[in-house]
Design a protein around this ligand. Sequence first.
Ligand code: G4P
Length: 534
Amino acid sequence: MLDEIGRRRTFAIIAHPDAGKTTLTEKLLLFGGAIQMAGAVKARGEQRRARSDWMKVERERGISVTASVMTFEYLGRTFNLLDTPGHEDFSEDTYRTLTAVDSAVMVIDGAKGIEAQTLKLFEVCRLRDVPIMTFINKMDREARDPFELIGEIEEALALDVTPASWPIGMGRDFLGCYDLLGDRLLLMDRSQGDVVDAGIECRGLDDPRLDTLLPAPALARLREEVEMARGLMPAFDLDSYRAGHLTPVFFGSAINNFGVRELLQGLASHAPPPRPQPACGRLVVPTEERVSGFVFKVQANMDPNHRDRIAFLRLCSGHFRRGVKLRHSRSGKLLAVNNAVLFMARDRELAEDAWPGDIIGIPNHGSLRIGDTLVEGNEELRYTGVPSFAPELLQRVRLDDPMRVKHLRKALDHFAEEGASQVFKPLSGADWVVGVVGALQFEVLAARIEAEYGLSARFEPAAVDAARWVECDDPLVLKRMVDANRSAFAEDHDGALVFLARNAWHLNRTQEDFPAVRFLKTREQNRKVEVLGL
Ligand code: G4P
């Protein structure tokens, strides 16, 4: 068991669109032998981007299920790469996937540095101190100065940075990298395509062989820059990386397959195996005998005729065997898991065996929700740390036929359970406010409301800029706040109280007026909500 757990590396890639996440994913899968052909993942990335109408979305859902988890083997490790949807399909799922990984790779475009979406995703990683390796991509193009890029990471993310490799030139003059952790010279041969040589072992940067391998000016510059970098930045420290305080930076060019192997080696040697997971009242250690896990994603209505769903369960402890009976913590019911699937790169296979760190897909008819815990035995275990994230975009929803309001409520509740969107019912006023984190989600929702529920609904501006869950130890303060401004409060689909701010000023002002109240950007899923009698 220790062996199986120790082999696993469950991670995700975080990036701003176009930084090279799809390209890097594909190269990682090529290394892992999970795919044979370059271009396979890329094609999917493009399909995703190109999709515009709902039918296409529907057709591709089958694909997006298999692309949600990609498992491959390399250097004796089993890697589970979890997809963080990034283009049109950027949604709360993207954030929540990061609650199911043990580490992440941050891909940065060398010409652009840290971009908006990278920053958002990084902040979610920080909530759980997820360790991060950084891959600065596209060094074969004109990129920014490495010191400047590293400085930006340090400053924007408040992280220590240590170079794992150092680039030799850039753009057309990019010759390769010096591997600072393994003391090897890695030369990029643009003519080799997907073939990568192992690099040339060196005895440090003073190795005289380097003089024969690199042009003198490039070598002089490399030596000077590395000396400076070593003076300015901390050395690699495993504990600091694993605690989420230090990120090793690899430079490379995913499209040229350059630097990818070093990144993968870095993950294999340093990224943490499955970590203990927080549950109510205790930490669950992966080596515990009893199988347990939590649902971090639900993909619903795969087949419109059957309302079937796949719940993605991150295993946290025990040895999963097909047919094992797991208790569903929320309902107390027992579930014999006979038909769970494992995701092997592009195929699905029946899960006979699985270990902590693995992701299994459990088909169900709506009984499994995001945040649910499944556990073998009778313990009342409940995993924490699978939150809802405050939506960044909010709109009101209007029905063309007001008589069908109950149906709309059902549809919106389903989407909220699935985690595709959030729904807020104002304490006064009739129209529900729907919140999402990715702009195109409204279009997708409108199309799904029509296709799956036969309703015609429109989304309209809501004059709401931000939503925050509110909590206070003193219920009277909460009541006073709500009474003062009733139209700005709503309930989410679990009945939790939410403040809907008109703008940043409104939010700040209310926070200042009620300092005892906590305004939260995340909320634990399925937590019991106290009835406040508001
Ligand atoms: P994403 O998933 O993060 O959105 O990025 P993706 O891999 O799709 O890459 C975005 C663009 O950047 C693609 O170009 C891709 O070929 C290019 N790219 C990725 N890695 C590198 C690299 O190391 N060097 C260079 N020069 N380019 C890279 P595109 O024009 O959108 O697509 P395509 O026409 O190349 O297929």
